[in-house]
Write a protein that binds this ligand. Structure first.
Ligand code: HEC
Length: 248
């Protein structure tokens, strides 16, 4: 027996409660829809954000490393500078804007020594090819100006080696160069790695370009000169060092 008198059937859910339940149900559905939308969109947004953050961190790291290397490069016992190749790569990888900020003006250099033989100007096509090879293989270290980045990368503008016997720079490009070398009064004791992926023609073109740019005025280098140096040193694997070449 019911305790309540039966004056009509009682609604299962009283009217007031019913409208509250409606609100609650609406809110639940809305939250579910929002949650679904969030989950559906989130993964891509998230990984993008993470990737961007990682790239930013990596760049900051490379740049601070490059900055440290340029402002306080490792020194040898004799006071000359040393730059491991891996560190050189960090400098190359750093934002060029950072390098530009740090770049110190290079001391003015003496004019290139007068060429012994009559000066022969390279043709425009070879200069164009040489610039392309330079931009691909030298520019990161020796810079667009050819003036390098003291005290880690020496200048190749108006330096005696660049304007002298071409077989020396051909050797450096083929096998690399290490050991102390003084250029424009700064002693470098680091390493130029062998330049990969260049043909005899590329080497002749790039050296011709260098010998007739940046204030240099020396005769073009021929493919035959490069071929001869390559053949004479075919068995060589190690980089050249300045002592064995009589360079200081
Ligand atoms: C990874 C950096 C790097 C690249 C790339 C590079 N060099 Fe060098 N280069 C150096 C360093 C460092 C030295 C000094 C080596 C030492 O300390 O013994 C040097 C030395 C030289 C020298 C002799 C020194 C002077 O200033 O006259 C010449 C010439 C030269 N490089 C030309 C080139 C040319 C041409 C290319 C491109 C085909 C090239 N280098 C690519 C880093 C580089």
């Amino acid at each position: 027996m019911s305790e309540h008198p039966s004056n009509g059937p009682r609604p299962l859910i009283p009217g007031q409660v019913k409208s509250w339940l409606g609100v609650v149900a609406f809110v639940l559905v809305a939250v579910a829809v929002l949650a679904y939308a969030f989950v559906a969109v989130r993964p891509t947004t998230n990984s993008d954000v993470e990737r961007r953050a990682a790239q930013k961190a990596l760049r900051a790291d490379t740049e601070s490393k490059a900055k440290a290397l340029i402002t306080t490069p490792a020194k040898n016992a004799d006071g000359t500078y040393r730059l491991p190749v891996a560190d050189a790569m960090a400098i190359i990888a750093a934002d060029p804007k950072v390098l530009a900020e740090m770049r110190k003006p290079v001391a003015p250099v003496a004019a290139a020594p007068a060429a012994a033989a009559a000066f022969v100007k390279a043709d425009d096509e070879q200069m164009k090819r040489g610039l392309a090879v330079y931009s691909r293989t030298c520019i990161a270290c020796h810079q667009p100006t050819g003036k390098g980045l003291a005290p880690v990368f020496p200048s190749i503008a108006a330096t005696p080696i660049v304007n002298g016997d071409a077989s020396l720079p051909i050797k450096f490009i083929l096998h690399g160069l290490m050991g102390p070398i003084t250029v424009d009064g700064v002693t470098y004791n680091s390493m130029m790695p062998p330049v990969a992926g260049v043909s005899d023609q590329d080497i002749a073109d790039v050296l011709t370009y260098v010998r007739q740019s940046f204030g240099n005025k020396s005769n073009p280098v021929t493919v035959d000169q490069v071929k001869a140096v390559r053949a004479a040193n075919a068995a060589r694997t190690a980089p050249w060092n300045t002592a064995e070449l009589g360079l200081k």
